[in-house]
Ligand binder design. Structure first.
Ligand SMILES: [Zn+2]
Ligand SMILES: [Zn+2]
Length: 400
């Protein structure tokens, strides 16, 4: 009896509160690394190759700590990218409401795991003996085993640790990323959906916080894009790579700026097309922002908030602009012919790569025309932008 009470109060290891907290954080961090590196970047996007040993480790770990099935996660996630913010999107807060995705994120996932989706989007996921006989049919056994391990090690408090482990993914990955990541936060790039970066430091959720960067460059193994952003998942990939366990396939568009290059050729066109999101962000930063500042200053007192607001009205992805914002934009442009001009140039540039079906010569011709017109506009910021655009090229190796 005493032995039982003893075990209930501190389990086998008699850990201090600090040790319990550290244990929980380490366990949940390994799970998050499994989700972001293995399920997300490796399985769903093929952005990084992982050594079979590491794949097996993560499959086992995710079975033990989450009960998630690789094929289901991969298929639902690929469908999310393919149908983002439409009624077919398995988890769009823009369509289903932030409350539902935040609080019922895990349920939404389960509902979405229908055979048709798994068949259409689940290609290339594990289908070996372990998957067919253990991980998929007995996905609840792993988490039950984890409960036993927690109870044996820590006694009654093990139940709390286990509950935290079980809630970590539904709350942080399903709720926060799929909900907040398409609702609140900042946007580096105007990707064609509502994805946002929740925080510039991706630690707690393994780098997944940088969701706007990810939707802009979904095949990149690295989710940070700005020098001040940090993606701990990428740090893990580099560590795995240093011991031969991982090989990133892509880290975003490979382009080069050649100083002194002044002709717009086919290499420029490809590079510009590849890096269009960054180029549009540069346009917003270097062309629209200074002009907005100048025009608003002319009209009287101007605050940073006003500049940011006006810039957003002029540069936001069109599907995210509502009717009220559209009216405000029209009014702003009517009052400021200079803003109207840079806005029109932005729309024209966007239209060049919107119809990507066109051939390469057409792309070069349209870009050249755009540059000629922009240079003739007399707006210095536009001229500088054109000079930078012309310096774009594909790196020597890629040119072959
Ligand atoms: Zn998303
Ligand atoms: Zn993704």
């Amino acid at each position: 009896m005493n032995a039982l009470l003893d075990w209930l109060s501190h389990g086998l290891v008699n850990a201090s509160v600090t040790q319990l907290v550290v244990f929980t954080l380490v366990m949940t961090h390994i799970t998050i690394v499994g989700v972001t590196v293995y399920l997300h970047r490796h399985s769903a996007h093929r952005a990084v190759d992982l050594h079979p040993v590491l794949q097996h480790f993560f499959r086992f770990w995710l079975w033990l700590t989450t009960g998630m099935i690789t094929k289901e996660w991969t298929a639902i996630h690929r469908k999310h990218h393919a149908t983002c913010e439409t009624p077919d999107d398995p988890h769009s807060p823009q369509i289903q409401g932030i409350r539902k995705i935040f609080w019922q994120g895990a349920e939404v996932y389960r509902e979405a795991a229908v055979p048709e989706t798994l068949k259409r989007f689940g290609a290339g996921t594990p289908d070996d003996w372990l998957e067919r006989h253990i991980y998929t049919p007995y996905n609840f056994i792993g988490v039950s085993l984890m409960l036993v391990i927690d109870l044996v090690l820590f006694g009654a408090i093990g139940l709390t640790i286990w509950a935290v482990q079980m809630l970590w993914i539904p709350v942080l990955a399903a709720g926060v990323i799929n909900g907040i990541g398409h609702f609140w936060g900042y946007r580096n790039f105007e990707c064609p959906d509502a994805a946002r970066n929740i925080s510039p430091w991706g630690i707690l959720i393994g780098g997944e916080e940088l969701h706007n960067n990810h939707h802009t460059y979904p095949n990149s193994a690295k989710l940070s894009q700005k020098p001040w952003e940090f993606d701990i998942g990428w740090l893990w990939i580099r560590l795995f790579q240093s011991v031969g366990l991982a090989k990133p396939r892509s880290t975003g568009p490979v382009v080069e700026k050649v100083p002194g290059k002044t002709t717009l050729d086919i290499d420029t066109a490809w590079a510009v097309l590849n890096d269009r999101f960054r180029i549009m962000a540069t346009y917003a930063e270097n062309v629209v922002t200074p002009l907005v500042e100048q025009e608003l200053a002319r009209a009287g007192n101007v605050t940073r908030g006003m500049v940011r607001g006006a810039r957003r009205l002029l540069c936001r992805e069109e599907s995210l602009v509502d009717a009220e914002q559209r009216d405000r934009r029209t009014a702003l442009l009517e009052e400021n012919p200079a803003l109207q001009e840079v806005y029109d140039f932005r729309q024209r540039l966007q239209a060049v790569w919107a119809k990507r079906g066109g051939n390469a010569e057409e792309l070069v011709r349209e870009l050249r025309q755009w540059c000629a017109d922009a240079e003739a506009s007399g707006i210095q910021a536009l001229k500088d932008f054109v000079r930078e655009l012309k310096s774009y090229s594909v790196p020597r190796l890629a040119r072959g």
